[in-house]
Unconditional design. Structure first.
Length: 114
C-alpha cells in the first residue's frame, strides 16, 4: 500500500498479520516501517498517526468506539483466533496469576475478548 506506514508487533521476529481473502485464511507480512515489541506501544503508534496495526480487539476497542482509530481492513481481518491461558498445575495459584485468570474469565463471560 503506497503511502501507508505499518506498525507491526514484534517479539523476537516480526509477526505476520492474519487476513481472510475470499474465505481463505492467510498470513501476510506487510513491510514494517516500525517494529515495536509492546502491544500498548503499537496501539499508541497508530493513535499518533504513525501507521496501521493489527492488534487484539480488547486493545483497540476503546479507540475504535471513541473514533480515535478507524478500522480500515474489516473485510480482510475478521478471522478469530483462539487464546489460551496455561499455568502450572499447583494447589494454589500465585495471587497475580489468579488475578489474570479471573480477569480473563470475567472478560470472556462478558464477551469482551473478541
Amino acid at each position: 500500500m503506497v503511502g501507508h506506514y505499518w506498525a507491526r508487533y514484534r517479539r523476537g521476529h516480526p509477526l505476520s498479520w492474519r487476513v481472510n481473502v475470499n474465505g481463505e485464511s492467510r498470513r501476510i507480512s506487510p513491510p514494517a516501517t516500525h517494529q515495536i515489541s509492546d502491544g500498548d506501544s503499537t496501539v499508541d503508534a497508530a493513535l499518533a498517526g504513525m501507521g496501521l496495526c493489527q492488534m487484539p480487539m480488547p486493545l483497540v476497542r476503546p479507540h475504535l468506539e471513541s473514533g480515535a482509530l478507524l478500522s480500515v481492513l474489516e473485510d480482510f481481518s475478521s478471522d478469530l483466533i483462539d487464546v489460551h491461558a496455561v499455568w502450572p498445575k499447583v494447589a494454589h495459584l500465585r495471587p497475580k496469576v489468579r488475578h489474570v485468570v479471573d480477569t480473563l474469565v470475567d472478560l470472556a463471560e462478558q464477551g469482551r475478548l473478541d
